[in-house]
Design a protein around this ligand. Structure first.
Ligand code: HEC
Length: 398
């Protein structure tokens, strides 16, 4: 049992030596009387072990004192500080931080959150999400370019309600970078709660399109059958021409292809060059892909081909015009004046349409880029095309 000695000049009316439990009991009853004694004991060091014991008792006692503002007592702050140091990384540490929320600890925790030690990072996340001043810091780091994906990973490992909420805020914001949204999807897919959230977001069309494939691929590996089934409904995976499923995108992205075969496909059977220019070759309907290898990961390229309508960029929205004569003209809107609208069709032809001849003009949910192009060239063709596009890089400035 722990023994604590008190100086009789300070609290002579209380027993000279008091057992640990007595101190605590007394603290509950007589906090203001006991405090000076405790402080004295804490400051009166003879060796480290003894000080550790005194700090522990003091901190316990302070914890139990209601309405006691420890911040006004530098000796108490010092004892709490020492105690935090001693207990770092243990459940006791977590308890103390929650209880005392020592000034500046958030900063220390946020560094731990983005540090190399994942277990410590998860622990730091637990604390920060419980702290009023910690939550905004986590949110800030989550959308910071350098740390966002790491924070998303840690929150995914944590997987509690708050972590899931934070991640689900990211996965529905198209304006966030793809890498961060992908990391948030991967994070959500780690826990059952997160998987449910992903399905809910997909169902409500909140999940940004360019992560549908990877989300569906990850959820298809859930160990919960009902979640796997739900994912199959709301995030269907693309099939091959013969209706057999394709391997999931993250696995396809790892396959090695033949770049030369990919280039031949691109310019030929696959029809890509009908709409995309690469190094001066091809037609100008979709974006120029001469540097696509520097812009998109292999997984993102696969998604662009397999789900063209999932991530249509603002400049490439597809318009469908119905003319007074009943003709439908669809494509990119190149210009619009009071007099005429110019639509560039999938054949790379600019159609000028007199405004008076337009019955209706609607923005389409579908991309100008056709769906199921991969049925033209199959799984190996897909891998070869991606291999080819991965070679299309920004010129080395040197
Ligand atoms: C009929 C025209 C058309 C064809 C054919 C076509 N694309 Fe596209 N593609 C587009 C348009 C328009 C966009 C931009 C809008 C979008 O993403 O849906 C696009 C977008 C892309 C992107 C994303 C580019 C970026 O910067 O994010 C990639 C990659 C891509 N296409 C690759 C291909 C490949 C590979 C093929 C052949 C298998 C192909 N496309 C065939 C019209 C086409």
């Amino acid at each position: 049992m722990l023994n604590l000695s008190f100086d009789h000049r300070s609290i002579g009316h209380i027993a000279m030596t008091c057992r640990f439990s007595c101190v605590l009991l007394a603290c509950l009853l007589l906090p203001s009387l006991l405090l000076p004694g405790l402080l004295f004991a804490a400051g009166n060091t003879d060796d480290d072990a003894a000080q550790a014991r005194r700090d522990a008792v003091l901190v316990r006692a302070i914890e139990r004192m209601q309405d006691f503002n420890y911040r006004e007592h530098p000796e108490v702050i010092a004892a709490i500080d020492r105690q935090l140091h001693r207990t770092q990384g243990t459940p006791e540490f977590i308890r103390l931080v929650k209880k005392f929320q020592p000034a500046g600890i958030e900063k220390q925790l946020i560094e731990t959150l983005v540090g190399d030690n994942r277990s410590a990072a998860v622990e730091a996340a637990v604390l920060l999400l419980e702290m009023e001043h910690g939550r905004p810091l986590v949110r800030q780091r989550l959308i910071d370019k350098a740390h966002g994906p790491v924070v998303a990973e840690v929150l995914g490992l944590l997987g509690n309600g708050r972590a899931i909420y934070f991640l689900s805020e990211i996965t529905r914001q198209a304006e966030q970078p793809f890498d961060l949204r992908r990391a948030a999807v991967v994070g959500l897919a780690r826990s059952k709660g997160g998987q449910k959230k992903l399905i809910e977001q997909a169902d409500q069309k909140q999940l940004v399109g360019d992560t549908w494939l990877i989300a569906g691929a990850l959820l298809a590996r859930s160990d919960d059958e009902s979640l796997r089934k739900a994912a199959g409904r709301v995030l269907p995976q693309p099939a091959q021409k013969d209706a057999k499923p394709l391997p999931p995108v993250d696995q396809l992205a790892k396959a090695k292809g033949d770049a030369v075969a990919g280039m031949k496909l691109f310019r030929g059977v696959a029809t890509c060059a009908n709409c995309h220019i690469v190094n001066g070759h091809g037609k100008d309907v979709g974006p120029n892909l001469s540097e696509i290898g520097s812009k998109l990961s292999r997984e993102a390229m696969l998604t662009a081909i397999l789900l063209p309508s999932a991530g249509i960029s603002h400049n490439y929205e597809n318009y469908v015009v119905l003319t007074a004569e009943g003709q439908v003209i669809a494509g990119l809107k190149m210009s619009e004046t009071d007099r005429e609208v110019v639509i560039r069709t999938a054949d790379a032809i600019d159609r000028k349409i007199d405004v008076d001849d337009i019955e209706s003009m609607k923005k389409s949910e579908k991309s100008v880029m056709p769906e199921n192009l991969h049925h033209l060239f199959g799984q190996q063709g897909l891998v070869d095309l991606v291999e080819y596009m991965a070679t299309l890089k920004k010129a080395d400035p040197s």
